[in-house]
Design a protein around this ligand. Structure first.
Ligand SMILES: Nc1ncnc2c1ncn2[C@@H]1O[C@H](COP(=O)(O)OP(=O)(O)OP(=O)(O)O)[C@@H](O)[C@H]1O
Ligand SMILES: [Mg+2]
Length: 379
């Protein structure tokens, strides 16, 4: 087992603009035994980062360390890593057992030892009865497990996964992600796992690293990333349905939400005003709205107009019920512009489609971001 360190690791592909590296000064320290997930939209540099760590891609600047070894310029075979690819890359003419043991055979390990390691891994992965089959006679999920088995038998210092579940159907993806996560915990092998799926990232990782345009946005535990996204990009990317992000005018002591002024952290507003901004972008997760009774209003709110109901009037366009929850997809007006909102409501009290509800964000659950730079202003 080992730690992994990306120390300002940079990759500039030949012929591409050197001002815009595919991965730009990536800095992540991964602890021994940790499960780190790299996540971000297509083209953000996830595979490139992983391939730099694997030794499959040149590092143009910076350093990569595994344990206390500088591996930046070592060939892949000397790094003591095992990688599982999206397409599994199994040898079609070999049996499952031979596929799993191939790397050990190349390394000159004797037959008895290979057999025992393969059988042990097969047991962990529920593959024992398939050991003599060829890959084409397996389901997608079984092939995926063979690819895992091939990595496990090598007993590497680090596991690398590049979207290993993307060829599986939705249901199998969910069950396989649980298997991989629990297997990793059992083996305790430091793991770097790439996915573009934020739900996969949040459910599997000890920590999640979000990349955008080759630049690291935030590295945090799933919980903290959800609670305190560092900027507008992370706020919009992590969470499903996504956080509502609304540009609102700054008023004294708060931000204006329809007829209500919702108090927010003064330092955050001052920071925005210091930049010369007149608005801030407020983020509210769908589960953090209170739906008001007409004529009522939350005690913590100041009403501008005595008669108008407090909060934002939201026209309900669509209601989705998932059984446990209900989601309103609605439209409201903020600063004269129509804005879409998603609001979670009690599944036993969902409003009618076409009706109007009044909502206010729960005061302690508001995220404030700079409209001009996107950075988080509230703490
Ligand atoms: N061999 C290459 N030569 C030139 N540019 C490349 C090469 N491989 C990747 N790139 C570019 O580098 C950037 C990062 O690519 P990368 O494959 O790391 O993205 P990714 O995050 O893995 O995306 P995806 O989710 O689509 O797999 C992209 O802009 C891509 O076009
Ligand atoms: Mg990729």
């Amino acid at each position: 087992m080992a730690t992994v360190q990306f120390d300002k690791a940079t990759r500039i592909y030949p012929g591409s603009d050197s001002d815009k590296p595919a991965v730009d000064s990536l800095e992540i320290d991964i602890a021994d035994g940790e499960f780190l997930v790299l996540v971000g939209p297509s083209g953000c540099g996830k595979s490139t980062s992983l391939r730099m760590l694997a030794g499959l891609e040149e590092v143009n600047r910076g350093t990569i360390r595994i344990g206390d070894r500088d591996v930046t310029h070592l060939p892949p075979k000397d790094r003591d890593i095992a990688m599982v690819f999206q397409n599994y890359a199994l040898y079609p003419h070999m049996t499952v057992a031979d596929n799993m043991g191939f790397a050990l055979k190349i390394a000159g390990v004797n037959k008895t030892e290979i057999r025992s390691k393969v059988e042990e891994a097969a047991k962990m992965l529920d593959l024992t009865e398939y050991l003599d089959r060829k890959p084409k006679a397996l389901s997608g999920g079984q092939r995926q497990r063979v690819a895992m088995g091939r990595a496990i038998v090598r007993d590497p210092q680090v596991f690398l996964f590049d979207e290993p579940l993307s060829n599986l159907d939705a249901k199998l993806r969910v069950s396989t992600r649980t298997q991989i996560a629990s297997l990793q915990r059992r083996l305790g092998i430091t793991t770097v796992y790439v996915t573009h799926d934020q739900v996969e990232a949040m459910t599997m990782g000890d920590r999640v690293a979000v990349l955008k345009g080759g630049i690291l946005q935030q590295v945090e535990s799933p919980r903290r990333m959800y609670d305190k996204p560092a900027n507008l990009f992370v706020a919009g990317f992590i969470g499903s349905p996504a956080m509502n992000l609304i540009e609102v005018p700054i008023t004294d002591g708060g931000v204006k939400f329809g007829n209500s002024v919702v108090p927010v952290n003064r330092d955050a507003l001052k920071a925005a005003a210091d930049k010369g901004d007149r608005t801030v972008t407020v983020g509210v997760r769908p589960e953090h709205f209170d739906v008001l009774e007409l004529g009522g209003g939350a005690a913590s709110l100041t009403k501008d107009t005595a008669d108008a109901p407090a909060g934002l009037a939201v026209a309900v366009n669509v209601v989705e019920e998932t059984g446990a929850d209900g989601y309103i997809f609605g439209t409201t007006e903020v600063g004269g512009e129509a804005t879409d909102l998603v609001i979670r409501v009690n599944s036993r009290a969902v409003p009618e489609k076409g009706s109007t509800v009044h909502v206010v964000p729960q005061p302690g659950e508001i995220h404030v971001f700079s409209t001009s730079t996107g950075e988080r202003l509230s703490d």
